[in-house]
Design a protein around this ligand. Structure first.
Ligand SMILES: Nc1ncnc2c1ncn2[C@@H]1O[C@H](COP(=O)(O)OP(=O)(O)O)[C@@H](O)[C@H]1O
Ligand SMILES: [Mg+2]
Length: 463
């Protein structure tokens, strides 16, 4: 038997043993007393009833009363000769098949009964192992005996108890057998669950097939659910790991290029072949490394920073960001076409510094990469959301690859040639901030126009 089965059988056996022992003790001590109490009540009730009956009715219904109550009734007119009186009574009882070794109505008893009292007595019959329980009453000068034979109950109880013990042993054996069969039924699915859990622990995300229609089936469901979630988390972790590896190799690559240039140009200076521009190139490359490291630090800081969410007016927030680009916009002759469709104040709940970074990156990209001088900005309400959009024309073609624009160091081929001073981290920072804010965002290319959109949910109490 398995451990659970053993535990169940021991517990049940101990419970049953306890109940049986309690039952045996009660039987031994209380049953004889209870039996006597019941018999005495039966005789008392009858003698009280007889007392209330008219004499004639009593004499006529003796047989009926005896049968109904399982007692013996005898009567005899009271007389002073005690020997004779007791003899007659004993004879009458004998005729009713009640043979008594010991039965004697004393003078005192007789006197008490004559005075109208009810007297109860028990006559122990010695070796007959029984007693005769009687009530004596008097009715119209007639002495009435209402009696019943009672066995020595302690003896009977002893036998019953012995029999009970045999039954108990038999029952416990049966029980152990039943529990053994039953526990196998319970523990088999548990064993399956144990095996599956072990496999899950080894990162083999299996599922249990158990239909017991009880808590074990529910447990199996939970374990299956856990297995699914762990598998997803595990896959996700693997994916992140792979991404991190590419990220690190990308960083190394991005750092290596300017470092190689710095080395080459430094060697050129040393060899005396500097045409006067070498130092400038070295400074430019150092700046590039600096920018890259700043952006990397920014990206890692964003992931750690605690968000300070507050309510702001979206248009105001965007306009503030826009102010930083005034000179750049003028230098590049860029025309901004703003399309703010709302009469309300459009409140959003965000971390101001971080959302400003998002706007700065999107605006600077639009200025940097736009094909013609027009940049479109749209802000409007849509159901429970406030939508922000920024569009500019591009040479990029629409493809599924466009989604990769969010990846760190992802620089579209078309813009790579132009040799902009980008790091390829701007949109990765944007994505990281928007993801942390749980804001829906998207990028699309429609008819040569690249469109970035952010969906801000309206603050709850304003809906
Ligand atoms: N508004 C835009 N128009 C056209 N191309 C864009 C725009 N924004 C981003 N891109 C493309 O996505 C690439 C990644 O952008 P980003 O992550 O900001 O890096 P960076 O600006 O440093 O190159 C850019 O190199 C560019 O090719
Ligand atoms: Mg950028």
């Amino acid at each position: 038997m398995n451990r659970l089965g053993r535990k169940i059988s021991i517990t049940i056996t101990v419970c049953i043993l306890f109940v049986f022992i309690f039952y045996l003790i009660i039987n031994s001590f209380l049953l004889p007393k209870y039996y006597l109490f019941q018999m005495r009540n039966r005789v008392h009730d009858l003698s009280t009833a007889i007392n209330k009956m008219p004499s004639l009715e009593f004499k006529q219904s003796i047989n009926h009363l005896e049968q109904k109550n399982n007692v013996t009734i005898a009567y005899e007119p009271i007389q002073t000769n005690l020997d004779q009186f007791n003899g007659i009574l004993r004879d009458k009882l004998y005729q009713k098949r009640v043979t008594l070794n010991k039965f004697w109505v004393t003078e005192q008893t007789l006197n008490q009964v004559e005075s109208g009292k009810r007297i109860s007595k028990i006559y122990d019959q010695g070796k007959l192992k029984s007693s005769f329980l009687v009530d004596f009453i008097q009715k119209d000068n007639v002495f009435i005996v209402v009696g019943v034979s009672i066995v020595y109950l302690s003896d009977a109880v002893h036998i019953v108890n012995k029999f009970t013990i045999y039954i108990m042993v038999f029952l416990i054996l049966m029980l152990i057998l039943m529990v053994w069969i039953w526990s196998k039924k319970i523990t088999n699915p548990l064993k399956e669950l144990k095996d599956i859990s072990k496999e899950i622990a080894q990162l083999d995300f299996k599922k249990a097939k158990i239909s017991t229609n009880d808590e074990i089936e529910e447990l199996a469901k939970s374990i299956n659910e856990m297995s699914d979630k762990l598998r997803i988390a595990h896959d996700d972790l693997n994916q992140r790991n792979a991404k991190l590896k590419t990220f690190i190799s990308d960083i190394s690559h991005e750092l290596k290029t300017p470092l190689a240039l710095i080395k080459a140009y430094s060697a050129g200076i040393k060899d005396g072949i500097d045409d006067g521009t070498y130092v400038d190139t070295i400074i430019k490359q150092t700046d590039q490394i600096n920018r890259l490291i700043d952006k990397l630090l920014e990206l890692s800081r964003i992931e750690r920073e605690i968000l300070h969410i507050e309510k702001f007016d979206l248009i105001q927030l965007f306009e503030t960001s826009l102010e930083n680009f005034e000179i750049e916009l003028n230098q590049n002759n860029i025309i901004l076409i703003k399309d703010y469709i709302s009469t309300n104040q459009l409140n959003i709940e965000v971390d101001r510094d971080q959302i400003e970074k998002v706007f700065n990156n999107l605006i600077s990209n639009a200025i940097k990469y736009t094909k013609n001088p027009g940049i479109n900005i749209k802000i409007y309400e849509e159901n429970e959301e406030i939508v922000f959009m920024i569009n500019n024309e591009t040479n990029l073609k629409n493809s599924t690859q466009i989604k990769q624009i969010w990846e760190p160091f992802y620089v579209m081929e078309a813009s790579r040639n132009k040799h902009f001073t980008g790091t390829g981290l701007g949109l990765a920072i944007v994505k990281s901030i928007l993801t942390r804010h749980q804001l829906k965002h998207d990028v699309k290319i429609i008819d040569g126009t690249i469109q970035f959109s952010i969906h801000f949910p309206k603050p709850k109490h304003l809906k």
